[in-house]
Write a protein that binds this ligand. Structure first.
Ligand code: NDP
Ligand code: HSE
Length: 440
């Protein structure tokens, strides 16, 4: 075979990155592979919109069939995003004997188990390095570099947009909306940015990474998910006063044969390496029983970093085409017939430390009422600040706890929020620190 033919569907941010990486690094890619990767078609429904890069007009088409029906195309790259139409493209490509590369974590989180079966039936591969953590080779690390381990924990920052927003809100004091607009302009956000800020995109990625780590099918519906939209800049500031930084964390653990998978805003100590992950960067900690603790860090979104990840999949699949070893490495790291669902640990059973911001009237005895209820629910207070006496109706009381069980916390807060001295719903943010996690 003198070259490997590639067809791209979806000429947006990532599509442009892929075209640019293939063009800029063509020599290096050919030297690594032994033959060139040839981009034969670029399909999109709108070819007239302004784009960051130019493409030879002879490659452009609005007809998906030009990609899907061309026998010279060995690998179809799906970068249109979304669910229904993207699934259709991938299934049609696999059924017509083509391999597929996609960055579509939403589709994989919802339909990945079915799509991987379709790939096996057709003896074809689906590459998805770009779907989790952008330019960081996380999928390859879990599938290959760490294949000798039992993975116990994987956690980190998996959404560039949310991390960019939190960074800009903290450092430049931008409003949430202004920071989101910047992230959109930079090409980091999803077409529907609610996926980023509601934590859903992070949950898609965590579900995929957890499956690869623990040998389960993808179980997206089981991920507990909270986003950053209910975060008040006040909490960012008070968190800082206690020595903590706010991040949207994804956490998955395999303990006692049960899996914990959660995504939520989290306070982490200022001195911890994750606190220094800024802007659209992502970072992932992995704990394996042989390797110990490792951390991967890099750009989690954007045209060129994501293009780099897509092209790495093209090269892997091209090598397997050339070596006649299709699907040499199983999609989810474990042989498909060995994947088995593990029981999920419900959020109510997790144990962690907490930040509470109570809004209460400033009168004698309020603090003792609140701490009394916490004590009755076996929640022990680590520190408290009350933000000054005020003439206004209520004052914030900010409290950090030692490790406590989530169900106890929920019971206690329901009782506290019913007190007539408490003026609005208590803000709760989970904390990861040395007490809860040996990475800190
Ligand atoms: P864009 O919206 O920039 O690009 C998608 C392109 O595909 C658009 O031009 C879109 O057209 C086109 N398209 C959508 N549906 C169709 C269709 N049915 N037929 C033909 N063309 C279609 O998205 P991104 O490049 O940002 O993202 C692409 C994928 O990569 C998504 O799955 C995303 O989640 C994922 N991803 C994105 C990253 C990033 O940093 N941006 C990083 C990692 C993954 P139109 O604009 O008209 O809808
Ligand atoms: N919208 C995603 C993010 C793109 O901001 O992380 C990368 O997956």
């Amino acid at each position: 075979m003198r070259s490997i033919g590639v067809g791209l569907i979806g000429w947006g941010t990532v599509g442009s990155g892929v075209i640019e990486v293939l063009r800029e690094n063509a020599d290096a890619i050919e030297s690594r592979l032994g033959v060139p990767l040839r981009l034969l078609h670029v399909a999109d429904r709108d070819l007239d919109r302004d784009r960051p890069i130019r493409v030879d007009a002879s490659l452009l088409t609005t007809r998906l069939e030009d990609v899907l029906d061309d026998p010279q195309v060995h690998i179809v790259i799906e970068l249109m995003g979304g669910l229904g139409a993207a699934k259709d493209v991938i299934v049609r490509a696999l059924d017509s004997g083509k391999h597929v590369v996609t960055a579509n974590k939403a589709l994989l989180a919802h339909e990945g188990n079915d799509l991987f079966q379709t790939a096996v039936r057709n003896d074809r591969a689906i590459g998805f390095e770009a779907a989790v953590a952008g330019g960081i080779p996380l999928i390859k690390s879990l599938r290959e570099g760490l294949a000798g381990n039992r993975i116990k924990t994987i956690f980190g920052i998996l959404n560039g947009t949310a991390n960019y927003i939190l960074t800009r809100m903290t450092e430049a004091k931008l409003s949430f909306q202004a920071a989101l607009k910047e992230a959109q302009d930079l090409g980091y956000a999803e077409a529907d940015p609610a996926l980023d800020v509601e934590g859903i995109d992070t949950a898609h990625k965590l579900a995929i990474a957890a499956a690869l780590s623990f040998g389960t099918p993808i179980q997206f519906e089981q991920v507990y998910t909270e986003g950053i939209t209910r975060i008040d800049p006040l909490d960012v500031r008070y968190g800082e006063e206690f020595g903590y930084q706010l991040k949207l964390l994804a956490i998955a653990r395999n303990t006692d044969g049960r899996i914990e998978m959660r995504v939520h805003p989290t306070l982490i100590p200022h001195h911890h390496v994750l606190a220094s992950v800024k802007g659209a960067y992502n970072a992932v900690h992995i704990q394996g029983n042989a390797v110990g603790n490792i951390m991967l860090y890099g750009m989690g979104a954007g045209m060129m970093p994501t293009g780099s990840a897509v092209v790495s999949d093209l090269i892997d699949i091209a090598r397997d085409i050339l070596g006649n070893t299709p699907r040499r490495i199983p999609s989810l790291a474990f042989q498909p017939d060995r994947l088995k669902p593990l029981p999920i640990k419900p959020i109510e059973d997790i144990s962690t430390c907490y930040y509470f911001r109570f809004s209460a009237v400033d009168s004698p005895g309020v603090l003792s009422k609140i701490s009394g209820i916490l004590g009755e629910n076996r929640i022990s207070i680590a520190s408290v600040i009350q933000k000054g006496r005020q003439e206004e109706a209520s004052v914030p009381i900010v409290m950090l706890t030692h490790e406590a069980v989530e169900s106890h916390v929920r019971r206690a807060l329901a009782e506290i929020d019913r007190l007539d001295v408490v003026t609005s719903r208590t803000q709760v943010i989970r904390i990861e620190n040395q007490e809860t996690n040996d990475f800190f």
